[in-house]
Write a protein that binds this ligand. Structure first.
Ligand code: ADP
Ligand code: ADP
Length: 218
């Protein structure tokens, strides 16, 4: 479970997140919906401990990471700007991450299988298509078998097949009991992927509702 309580983040005079309070439960896919610039990435960075709130608190299963990045075994993430060594193979990228985080090597083969990259595991990441790159990012997020998964705009730029793949995977991960929090600026996408919605605009939480409720009332 992720809990944000009156969390704000200011960059100088600019307020990126303004008193956000919301809860993300386990066992479901929760969509984080809002236009570009609404504060989604900033909120996600605070949840992961990559940035500290100016005020308020964010916890994951009761723990606040503040400025200490959440361990890969607890929170797995697909972030927009995570860079990958393009000269390395997918296998080596994941192996390096496993070795630096104390995750057993055998897990690398498992996650490559989970995301369907086993056959191209030894190809250079630099030659990967966008969709393959996203699969690799998801593999990294799953490496530590975390109870919480956070994905920032995971379907951006993907073709319909890639979008369907992500959607199916997220639903399965939630069905296993994990907490899945996925951001998007597209209501149409969230209607198909998420069970619950947290809607953000200009740094403020505008609504929290089940997707069913939103569709029935609209
Ligand atoms: P979203 O992910 O919803 O597109 P962001 O969280 O990236 O939104 O950005 C929210 C606001 O905070 C934007 O106005 C953005 O320009 C600003 N912002 C984000 N990061 C920084 C930063 N490091 N320094 C200054 N302003 C930032
Ligand atoms: P390096 O800086 O050695 O290239 P990375 O940037 O790949 O290593 O990873 C640095 C740290 O970021 C890791 O120790 C891990 O805790 C975290 N990290 C990397 N990838 C992920 C991910 N997909 N999800 C969550 N945390 C990650």
């Amino acid at each position: 479970m992720i809990e944000a309580r009156a969390v704000s983040k200011r960059y100088g005079r600019r307020t990126a997140v303004d008193g956000a309070t919301f809860t993300v439960r386990s066992g479901a896919v929760t969509g984080f919906l809002g236009p570009n610039g609404a504060g989604k990435s900033t909120t996600i960075r605070m949840i992961m401990g990559l940035d500290a709130p100016t005020s308020g608190s964010v916890t994951v299963n009761g723990k606040a990471y503040a400025r200490h990045a959440a361990p890969l075994r607890e929170v797995g993430a697909l972030l927009e700007a995570r860079s990958v060594h393009t000269g390395r193979s997918a296998y080596h990228h994941l192996l390096a991450l496993a070795l630096t985080t104390g995750i057993p090597r055998r897990r690398v083969d498992e996650v490559l299988g989970l995301v369907g990259l086993t056959d191209v595991a030894h190809q250079r990441v630099g030659a990967f298509s966008l969709g393959m790159g996203q699969r690799l990012g998801v593999a990294a997020a799953l490496l530590g078998d975390p109870a919480t998964l956070i994905l920032d705009e995971p379907v951006n730029g993907l073709d319909p097949q890639g979008i369907l793949w992500i959607r199916t995977l997220l639903r399965r991960l939630a069905a296993e009991g994990r907490t899945v929090f996925v951001s998007s600026h597209l209501m149409s996408e969230m209607a198909l992927t998420a069970d619950h919605l947290v809607v953000i605009g200009k740094g403020r939480i505008i609504a929290e509702a089940s997707v069913r409720e939103v569709i029935d009332r609209a």
